[in-house]
Design a protein around this ligand. Structure first.
Ligand SMILES: Nc1ncnc2c1ncn2[C@@H]1O[C@H](COP(=O)(O)OP(=O)(O)OP(=O)(O)O)[C@@H](O)[C@H]1O
Ligand SMILES: [Mg+2]
Length: 252
């Protein structure tokens, strides 16, 4: 569904991305991991046409994502790393605004806005403003804004930064539902356990290049033998205990 070939981007003398290629198929979640400054956000910006690559191509369903405001961009949804909401507009108004930007109108716009809010569990807060929301609720609304036009490709840039395990699990369940509906998802994160839980394949970036790209199980083969067992056999984590004790109910 999403295909990037040999993407390069420099800012002045600083090479941010140096020859990145990746694919995301329909019905698949691909993790994009890498340290701060690895070039993840720059890559994501090129994938959705927000940043024009110095060289390289991006296609969605075989159609190039150009810089000309082409319709193919409507098949992409972006959840930006920094939350971008209109704080003093009601949640539903935020969704209608983003939907209108993508060309929706009338009953279709209202239906899609309601559906997106429902998906992220915020239907009962439709009339409230984001300025009264917790960080987790804002993150969920930020995701809904990227979904309102029902894109085939969803790019998520650290969508769980600063959210509690309840909201994180709710977000994961939303994303798994979208995967089951055949969407192609690219999920950027710093949390390894998120990638392990959620992603079918993982791309690891560093210094602007792809250091490894494979199924999770295959990536484990990159470890020396003495380090493998611990990674494969995973003991219950603190998060398991936390969720057991505090439940999975959303708090806000
Ligand atoms: N607009 C810009 N102008 C100049 N340099 C930039 C710009 N955007 C990114 N860079 C540089 O490009 C490199 C890659 O940045 P990028 O934001 O893509 O990394 P990242 O992997 O998303 O990092 P993080 O995990 O911190 O979000 C960094 O060295 C960064 O300083
Ligand atoms: Mg980033």
């Amino acid at each position: 569904m999403l295909q990037a070939r040999d993407l390069w981007k420099s800012y002045g003398k600083k090479a941010a991305v140096s020859g990145v290629s990746l694919d995301v198929n329909a019905g698949e979640i691909v993790g994009l991991l890498g340290p701060n400054g690895a070039g993840k956000s720059t890559t994501v910006a090129m994938l959705c046409g927000l940043t024009i690559p110095d060289t390289g191509t991006v296609t969605v369903g075989g159609v190039p994502v150009g810089d000309d405001g082409s319709l193919v961009k409507r098949r992409i949804g972006l959840v930006p790393q920094d939350i971008s909401l209109y704080e003093d507009y009601a949640a539903i108004a935020n969704l209608e605004l983003f939907g209108a930007l993508y060309g929706l109108e009338g009953a279709a716009l209202k239906d899609r806005a309601r559906a997106a809010l429902e998906l992220v569990g915020l239907s009962d807060r439709a009339r409230d403003k984001p300025q009264s929301f917790s960080g987790g609720m804002k993150r969920r609304l930020n995701i809904a804004c990227a979904l309102v036009h029902d894109p085939d490709v969803l790019l998520l840039d650290e969508p769980t930064a600063g959210v509690d395990p309840q909201s994180r699990n709710a977000i994961f369940e939303n994303l798994e539902l979208l995967r089951s509906r055949g969407k192609a998802l690219l999920y950027t994160t710093h949390y390894m356990e998120e990638a392990e839980r959620l992603c079918d394949r993982v791309v690891i970036m560093d210094h602007g290049v792809v250091a490894a790209s494979d199924r999770k199980e295959a990536l484990l083969d990159l470890l020396p033998p003495e380090k493998r067992t611990k990674t494969v056999v995973r003991d219950a984590s603190l998060e398991d205990v936390f969720l057991h004790l505090t439940g999975r109910q959303l708090r806000d």
